[in-house]
Design a protein around this ligand. Structure first.
Ligand code: HAM
Length: 409
C-alpha cells in the first residue's frame, strides 16, 4: 500500500469541509477589507526565497524542498506565500505605480521539511494577505483587526502579541548593542544561539531554550531602542488596538522566523492546541520589494496556519439539503436521470442511486448523505407516472405526479 508522505495528509470529509469553510470565511472578510484574490505558482526559483525569507532563516537554511528541474533550474516548493506574491507584484510592474495601493489574499499549500509533530506538517495550508503601497500604521492596525474578525467569525479564541522590529535607521545600532551583549553571555547560550550571534542575532531572542531565556533577561530590548518615527508608529498602533478593544501584549522577543520584516510584527496565539501555538503571524516588510529588485514600496501582510485552527473552528450547523432519488425496479431508473438533471438545473443538490432497492434501503441511503428529500419510484408510481417523496426533515410523505415535483418543496 502506498501512503502519503510523512508530514503530509489528506483532507477528506469533515476536514475538507472545515478547510473550505475557513478559506471561504476568510476570503469573504478579506474582500470586505478591499483585498482581491491572487494565485501564484507553488514552484519558484530557489533564489526568490534566499533573497526574501533569508539564507540565515531555518526555513531557507534547513527546510526547503529544493531540487534541480529537468531544465537545470534550481527550484523549490514554496515554504510560504509572501515571496511569490511580492515577485508577482513586481513582475506585473505594479511597483512602478507609486502612490497606488494593492491588496491581495491567497490560500493554498506551503512546504517545509520540518520534523513533523502535532500542528507541524511538511505540507500545510495558509490563508494569507499582502498589502502594498500603504505606509500608514493604520494599515497595520487594520490587518490585525481583520485577523481578529476572521478568528471571531470562526469562533476561535486567541491572544495577540505585537512587537516593532524597527527600521533601517534604528535596527542596525540596536543589533550592534545586542551582539555585544550576546558576546558577553555567549558561554551560557545553546549551540544554535551561539551560531546565530554571527548569522542572525535577532533570532536569538526567541530561542525556546529556558536557560537561554534566563540569560537574555538583561538583553537590550528593541522596543526601548526605536527611532522617533518607529516609536511614534508603535505607540499609535497600541493606541488604536486599545481603542478598538482588541486585547494585546507587547512581546519584545517576538522576532518572527523570516528575515524580511521591519516595523510592526505580530502573532496570534491559541492556548488550546499544544506546543505549536502560533495560529497566525505577520508584519511589515517595507524593504522586501526593493530586495527583490522592485521600486521601494511599503508592504505588510499575515498568514494563518489553517491546520492549526482546523479543530478549533465552530462549524455552522448543517441542515439537510437536496434530493436523493431512487427506484425500486430497473425500468424506473431511467426516468430518475431526467428528474435529477431538472433538480440540478434548478440549483438543487441531487444524488441518484442507480441500483434498484427496497424503500427502506433508499431511506437509509438518503439519510446517510444528509438529503432533505428522498424520492422513490416503485411499481405503482411507475404505472401512474407519479413519485413517492419523503421530507426527511418534516417527516412528511406524499405521492405526486412526476412532472410536478417542484410543487412539493
Ligand atoms: P509564518 O509565521 O512562517 O509566516 O507562518 C504563518 C503561520 O503558518 C504560522 O503562524 C503557523 O500557524 C502556520 N505554519 C507555519 N509552519 C507550519 C507547519 N510546518 N505546519 C503547520 N502550520 C504551519 C509566514 O509564512 C509569512 N509569509 C506570513 C506573512 C505574510 N508575513 C507577511 N505576510
Amino acid at each position: 500500500m502506498i501512503n502519503a508522505l510523512r508530514g503530509m495528509k489528506d483532507l477528506i470529509f469533515e476536514e475538507a469541509e472545515r478547510y473550505r469553510y475557513i478559506t471561504e470565511t476568510a476570503a469573504r472578510i478579506a474582500q470586505n477589507y478591499g483585498f482581491s484574490y491572487i494565485e501564484t505558482p507553488i514552484l519558484e526559483e530557489t533564489r526568490l526565497f534566499k533573497r526574501s525569507v533569508g539564507e540565515s532563516s531555518d526555513i531557507v537554511g534547513k527546510e526547503m524542498y529544493q531540487f534541480t528541474d529537468k531544465g537545470g533550474n534550481d527550484v523549490c516548493l514554496r515554504p510560504e506565500g509572501t515571496a511569490g506574491v511580492v515577485r508577482a507584484f513586481i513582475q506585473a510592474k505594479l511597483d512602478r505605480q507609486q502612490g497606488q495601493k494593492y491588496r491581495f489574499f491567497y490560500f493554498g499549500p506551503m512546504f517545509r521539511y520540518e520534523r513533523p509533530q502535532k500542528g507541524r506538517l511538511r505540507q500545510f495550508h495558509q490563508f494569507g494577505v499582502e498589502s502594498f503601497g500603504e505606509a500608514a500604521v493604520e494599515e497595520d492596525f487594520t490587518l490585525i483587526q481583520m485577523l481578529a474578525d476572521i478568528f471571531d467569525t470562526l469562533g476561535i479564541r486567541y491572544s495577540v502579541k505585537i512587537n516593532s522590529l524597527g527600521c533601517k535607521e534604528c535596527m542596525p545600532p540596536y543589533r550592534e548593542s545586542l551582539v555585544s551583549h550576546l558576546q558577553d553571555i555567549e558561554d551560557g547560550l545553546c549551540e544554535d544561539c551561539r551560531r546565530r550571534i554571527a548569522t542572525n542575532p535577532i533570532r536569538v531572542l526567541d530561542c525556546k531554550n529556558e536557560s537561554c531565556q534566563n540569560l537574555l533577561k538583561e538583553a537590550p530590548r528593541i522596543t526601548d531602542n526605536l527611532c522617533e518615527k518607529c516609536d511614534r508608529d508603535f505607540a499609535r498602533l497600541k493606541h488604536l488596538l486599545s481603542e478598538s478593544g482588541i486585547p494585546y501584549e507587547v512581546d519584545a522577543n517576538l522576532v518572527r522566523g523570516l528575515d524580511y520584516y521591519s516595523g510592526t510584527a505580530f502573532e496570534f496565539v491559541s492556548d488550546e492546541i499544544g506546543a505549536q501555538s502560533a495560529i497566525a503571524g505577520g508584519g511589515r516588510y517595507d524593504r522586501l520589494v526593493e530586495f527583490l529588485d522592485g521600486r521601494p514600496t511599503p508592504g505588510i501582510g499575515f498568514a494563518i496556519g489553517i491546520e492549526r485552527i482546523m479543530e478549533l473552528v465552530q462549524m455552522p450547523e448543517k441542515s439537510r439539503e437536496g434530493w436523493y432519488l431512487g427506484a425500486m425496479l430497473p425500468e424506473a431508473v431511467e426516468s430518475l436521470l431526467d428528474l435529477a438533471h431538472k433538480r440540478r438545473e434548478a440549483g438543487e443538490k441531487t444524488v441518484v442511486e442507480y441500483t434498484p432497492k427496497s424503500l427502506k434501503a433508499h431511506l437509509k441511503g438518503a439519510d446517510k448523505i444528509g438529503a432533505r428529500y428522498c424520492a422513490v419510484i416503485g411499481e405503482d408510481e411507475l404505472a401512474n407516472g407519479t413519485i413517492w417523496v419523503k421530507d426527511l426533515e418534516e417527516k412528511s410523505e406524499r405521492v405526486a405526479p412526476i412532472e410536478s415535483l417542484e410543487s412539493l418543496i
